[in-house]
Write a protein that binds this ligand. Structure first.
Ligand code: HEC
Ligand code: HEC
Ligand code: HEC
Length: 358
């Protein structure tokens, strides 16, 4: 039996390594992690949101390919600050969570931890807000939505439910006004008063929950998880080679596929060599016109970090923001496995052996 979870996990780990290794340094230096001014929100969005999600709830594209999935901080009330610092520093063995100590200073790891606790974990850490959360689910979610986004449809009238997550709501609604509106309702709209149904303490709790969890400013999240094949976050640095060095080069293809290298070679010469070069050196005839340049498969960054599942995934998913197509759109899984097997056997494997025998 092939150990599925294991191969999935390493696939995912390598994917991230892969993405990071080849990140375009367009804005590198802007959020220099070692610089004095790395704000925790920027650190979070540059380094962590790709897996843990923009709202810290673990909803990211990466989630689908990670076993175990990235942690949902919004329900992680039992996590202590100390445990978090340890894991962020050293990583969590057996998961895709690598340690960040070579990239982030101790002070940055601490401020990042506090940012996560106060931004995403605040509800989980406070019993009163927890109560507010369940009150919200019971009484408000039908009209205001899971994220407070409101409804497009006017419910029982011409006035749609208020988008509580909007910047306008943040600007207009102070705590007092909200408590009042929830208590007495908004005349002429579907928003009825809850004063007769909920005790004052509950109204406060639900309002405080909305303020803590829904009416929070989002840092710039444009172009993040909504997009397929998201590249490494701007300014992120390559994951340290140490994490790639653990790449198990004996890993088989995902989903029990077995690639046929000869068929893969024919496909490679017809379809990939134009960019990656017949020799795999990234100098195919089209390479001259392309930016970023096609990956050089002979480069140690590639030959030490890419095993079969990683090549398979990179080929299937393509690279957004580059000319590397997502081949899963046009090839079958078997065809991808064939060409990935060829790339592995021809370019990676010989150099692996060379590195080892040194
Ligand atoms: C490659 C995806 C990935 C990235 C990037 C990532 N994490 Fe994680 N993280 C995970 C996974 C997977 C887990 C393990 C979840 C589990 O054990 O259930 C995890 C666990 C954690 C935990 C421990 C939660 C627990 O319950 O033990 C913390 C804290 C954490 N991550 C913080 C961060 C921070 C801060 C960053 C950015 C500096 C970050 N992570 C970046 C995937 C990632
Ligand atoms: C039946 C649908 C409905 C339900 C249920 C509902 N709301 Fe509303 N809510 C609305 C509508 C419609 C508005 C817009 C009213 C307006 O613009 O004057 C609104 C507006 C609001 C406002 C802004 C009021 C203001 O002063 O401008 C707040 C705060 C609010 N709702 C909170 C809640 C909370 C908290 C709950 C649950 C306890 C809840 N709502 C339940 C429909 C609903
Ligand atoms: C039109 C040009 C083009 C073609 C055709 C092409 N690639 Fe690529 N490929 C690229 C570029 C550009 C990159 C590097 C993207 C980057 O650095 O972000 C890349 C990167 C890769 C990577 C590494 C991904 C990474 O994260 O570094 C693999 C693996 C790969 N290509 C495999 C293939 C295979 C297999 C084929 C044929 C089925 C193929 N490519 C066809 C342009 C191309």
């Amino acid at each position: 039996m092939i150990d599925f979870r294991k191969s999935l996990l390493s696939l995912a780990t390598l994917l991230i390594v892969a993405v990071s290794l080849s990140s375009a340094p367009a804005t590198a230096g802007k959020h220099d992690a070692k610089g004095p001014e790395s704000k925790p929100d920027a650190l979070y969005h540059n380094y962590c949101s790709v897996c843990h999600g923009d709202r810290g709830d673990g909803r990211s594209r990466a989630r689908n390919s990670l076993v175990p999935p990235p942690r949902d901080f919004t329900t992680a009330g039992e996590l202590t600050r100390e445990a978090m610092i340890t894991i962020i520093t050293h990583g969590k063995p057996g998961t895709a969570m690598v340690g960040w100590k070579t990239q982030l200073s101790t002070a940055e790891i601490e401020s990042l931890t506090d940012y996560i606790r106060k931004t995403f974990m605040i509800v989980a850490l406070d019993p009163k807000l927890q109560r507010g959360k369940s009150l919200y689910t019971q009484n408000c979610i039908a009209c205001h939505g899971t994220q407070g986004q409101g409804s497009n449809l006017p419910i029982g009238g011409s006035v749609p439910a208020r988008d509580l997550a909007s910047p306008q709501a943040r600007a207009e609604l102070n705590r007092e006004r909200m408590i009042n509106s929830v208590t007495v309702g908004r005349p002429g709209t579907a928003m009825a008063g809850f004063g007769g149904r909920l005790p004052a303490a509950d109204i406060e709790a639900v309002v405080d929950y909305v303020r803590a969890a829904i009416m929070v400013p989002q840092t710039d999240i444009s172009g993040t998880n909504a997009h397929a094949g998201r590249a490494a976050p701007p300014g992120s640095k390559p994951v340290p080679a140490a994490s790639a060095a653990g790449a198990d080069m004996a890993q088989p293809m995902p989903n029990s596929l077995k690639g046929n290298s000869a068929a893969g070679e024919r496909f490679y010469l017809a379809n990939c060599a134009t960019c990656h070069g017949a020799k795999g050196d990234g100098k195919g005839p089209r390479a001259y016109f392309i930016n970023p340049k096609p990956r050089n498969f002979l480069d140690p960054a590639f030959t030490t970090g890419f095993n079969r599942p990683a090549i398979y995934a990179a080929t299937a998913m393509g690279r957004q923001g580059s000319e590397m197509p997502a081949w899963s759109k046009v090839l079958s899984d078997q065809e991808i496995a064939n060409v990935a097997e060829f790339v592995f056997q021809r370019f990676v494997q010989p150099r692996q052996k060379a590195t080892k025998s040194k």
